[in-house]
Write a protein that binds this ligand. Sequence first.
Ligand SMILES: *[C@@H]1O[C@H](CO)[C@@H](O)[C@H](O)[C@H]1NC(C)=O
Ligand SMILES: *[C@@H]1O[C@H](CO)[C@@H](O)[C@H](O)[C@H]1NC(C)=O
Ligand SMILES: *[C@@H]1O[C@H](CO)[C@@H](O)[C@H](O)[C@H]1NC(C)=O
Length: 451
Amino acid sequence: MLLEWGVLVAVAMATVLVPGAAGQYSPDWESLDSRPLPAWFDEAKLGVFVHWGVFAVPGFGSEWFWWHWQGAKDPRYVDFMRKNYPPGFSYPDFAPDFRAQFFDPDQWAEIFRASGAKYVVLTSKHHEGFTNWPSAHSWNWNSVDCGPHRDIVGELGAAVRKRSMHYGLYHSLFEWFNPLYLADKKSGFRTQGYVFHKVLPELYDLVNRYKPDLIWSDGDWEAKDTYWNSTGFLAWLYNRSPVKDTVVTNDRWGDGCSCKHGGYYNCEDKYTPGQLPKHKWEKCTSVDTNSWGNRRNMRLDELLRLPDIIDDLTRTVALGGNYLLNVGPTVDGTIPPVFEERLRGLGDWLHVNGEAIYASRPWRVQMENSSVPLWFTSKGQQVYAILLAWPSDYTVEISTPLTLPQTNVTLLGYPAPLKWSALQPSGLVVTLPVTSLAGGHGWTLRLDGVA
Ligand SMILES: *[C@@H]1O[C@H](CO)[C@@H](O)[C@H](O)[C@H]1NC(C)=O
Ligand SMILES: *[C@@H]1O[C@H](CO)[C@@H](O)[C@H](O)[C@H]1NC(C)=O
Ligand SMILES: *[C@@H]1O[C@H](CO)[C@@H](O)[C@H](O)[C@H]1NC(C)=O
């Protein structure tokens, strides 16, 4: 009896003390990089990215407005200010005009949900340093003290979660003109006043207050991760934070980390690999191809069209990535209807084709240029071939799958099975039906019983 108790106690203690089993990560990349990515992220496939801040007030050029104007002194921005604002006007003077009168988080979340997105990522703070939540470390430069007088991070989070989507927060490590940051920079990043008095207190606050499912880190590239104390923060995040089991992070945690350390990889903005990467990744891109933030000088021909978005999502998912599609709300708090149309259009497409996207896995082959370009995904026993063009003769040749006599081919959104015949040594020819679906964009063939 005594002996048995001893064994039981030893077993119980082992479960608590073995570092790996208890999820005890140490503050170094080898340990942090070994953490498995929470499963929800790979299954989600699609997210909506939202860039909103004081930069929406000038609404000109891009969300890098302040830097272009007073950092790089780009003549287009200097002229814009000279022509439209009185002398001596400073960037913080824009903040009172960030009014967000029509900001309705439920309406935003409804639009995002209708796009088929499973997560939403909001800029909690961009490089300008303005926080979209009442940060105690950003006195008079946050959305409750000035501008909208609302807790944007909190309000949007509640609306997003009400619709069963995951909620992520973008956070810029650096701030272009923060005097604490500039002092550290001047020291060659040997001092860390900005990190210990601004960045880290705010990151802990964001996590404890809003419990984000994703931290989308950015603005890291001027200094090493040791300056940012990134591994120390991440060890806390993974071991002891309220989101330790569910939170997902990206790879922007210091110069040299991108595409190498962290959770999933973003690599560069709009990164698109040529082949299947070994590590989970996400492509972030923007409907407005010239900007992430809203700009009033946007033109229709500078926007991604719906077919471009469908192609891009398809390629990304076939290559094992997630797709994070950005829209920039206006200074008044509206999602421009042209963005809303793109998002709802994508949702309509996913309503029919989502079976080939959500929770899918890359197949053994990613794409073929047969009769039309097509990309493969798979799920359990099913292989999906997503066609990016409708073949003019209504037949499509697919060369890689190995068929069996009982193989079935269906077109998602079409009720009857399709006729097909086997090719030698592998592949099949499928006859597409005469259907109104042909007028759309992006069609999925489901192949049951192929290898
Ligand atoms: C900085 O990182 C170290 C570990 O590398 C950790 O012990 C410390 O708590 C971190 N500081 C903050 C404020 O996060
Ligand atoms: C298909 O064609 C595109 C464009 O010509 C090319 O970039 C790609 O490598 C081709 N893929 C295969 C698998 O042949
Ligand atoms: C194909 O469809 C037939 C008839 O519905 C079914 O009996 C068969 O199991 C299907 N084959 C596969 C591989 O699912």
